[in-house]
Design a protein around this ligand. Structure first.
Ligand SMILES: NC(=O)c1ccc[n+]([C@@H]2O[C@H](COP(=O)([O-])OP(=O)(O)OC[C@H]3O[C@@H](n4cnc5c(N)ncnc54)[C@H](O)[C@@H]3O)[C@@H](O)[C@H]2O)c1
Length: 330
């Protein structure tokens, strides 16, 4: 099997690639595990070269149709994970680029999937930013109307509908994972309006201050990256007979506030002999305004019923991050 991961140089795409290489096989339309022959990572930027002979990195822009068609090719037995995207803060500042990359880029990926042989499975990484405004509930479910209040969320909601319609038409077998905010992103803060969600764990555990742009009691749905990677793979492996006409599944998440995160960081830091950095107030009305128009909670019962995993307790997510990226236990 050949696998394409757009956004394969990013936080989730690079880890998805690693996990698939470790597994060595993936179940697709044949219903049986198939050996992974090649993983093509398509991304605008790669931060490190590939070290596995099965991996091919293609540097390119998904808004360029010929680049996407060349990467996906016309072969049968292809799995496509579409993760490339501009992040929320960038989309809000650069409307035209957001449409070019997230919408036109998404359409290119879907059209290339449609042109490929064998009706591939396409997994699309959407976002809970698709929820917004007066339609929001507590919790939001797969039945909550999507009325996004950000350009990022709007592009995700449109792509979700495209995935459903391409699937209905038989162009490909699409499935959407609507992702809560995924913690803990390693490295530096990014331009996502949810960047603080990882920062309030990551920075204090490094012993440095985290500048918090939102209220300390701001509730936000969060899950761990290991669970998300497992969910994307599980969603690919679900037999199509178990899916209906709505291929979008919001993933289960914890309700997390900065107050809760701070208490947890203190507990983990004490156990590991780390002196935690402070979470300091740096209120930003622009970021708070975006976050206030996102859901405070989601109910992923429909994803769970499909067999997708739930996140472990928040403390385990923090410990997994330290194991994978941070200071080992003393
Ligand atoms: N991480 C989260 O908290 C979260 C939450 C909800 C949804 N998502 C979605 O999951 C997916 C992966 O998220 P992530 O956290 O890994 O983000 P990321 O920013 O780390 O990765 C996205 C990748 O897309 C690439 N990209 C951007 N524009 C491109 C273009 N024009 N052509 C080719 N590549 C381009 C970037 O270079 C980046 O490597 C995204 O679609 C994101 O919207 C993520």
């Amino acid at each position: 099997m050949k696998i394409i991961i757009t956004g394969g140089g990013g936080f989730l795409g690079s880890q998805l690639g690693q996990k698939l290489l470790q597994r060595g096989e993936l179940t697709g339309p044949s219903g049986a595990p198939e050996k992974i022959r090649q993983i093509v990572l398509l991304d605008a930027v790669f931060h490190r070269p590939a070290t596995d002979a099965r991996v091919r990195q293609i540097s390119g822009d998904i808004s360029d149709r010929s680049t996407v068609f060349a990467a996906i090719g016309g072969e049968a037995a292809t799995a496509i994970f579409h993760l490339a995207s501009m992040v929320s803060g960038e989309c809000e500042e650069r409307f035209d680029d957001a449409l070019r990359v997230n919408l036109d880029g998404g359409r290119n990926v879907f059209e290339a999937a449609r042109a490929a042989a064998g009706r591939p499975r396409v997994i699309f990484a959407s976002s809970i930013a698709g929820y917004g405004g007066a339609a929001m509930q507590d919790p939001n479910t797969d039945r909550t109307k999507l009325t996004p209040q950000t350009t990022y969320g709007m592009t995700k909601a449109i792509c979700e509908l495209l995935v459903n319609d391409h699937s209905r038409k038989g162009h490909f077998d699409g499935r959407t994972a609507r992702l809560p905010t995924v913690i803990i992103r390693p490295g530096q803060p990014n331009a996502a309006a949810s960047s603080w969600a990882s920062g309030m764990f990551r920075e204090p555990l490094k012993g440095v201050a985290c500048a918090l742009p939102v209220h300390r009691d701001q509730c936000h749905p969060m899950t761990g990256y290991r669970t998300v990677i497992d969910s994307l793979i599980a969603l690919h492996e679900v037999p199509e007979s178990q899916l209906g006409d709505d291929r979008s599944y919001v993933l289960p998440a914890h309700r997390v506030t900065p107050n809760l995160a701070e208490a947890l960081v203190r507990e983990v830091a004490a156990e590991r002999g780390i002196t935690p950095g402070p979470i300091s107030e740096a209120f930003d009305a622009r970021i708070q305004g975006i976050v206030s128009n996102w859901p405070v909670s989601v109910d992923g019962a429909r994803a769970t019923a499909l067999g997708l995993p739930s996140p472990p307790p928040l403390k385990i997510i923090v410990e997994q991050y330290l194991e994978d990226f941070g200071q080992p236990a003393r």
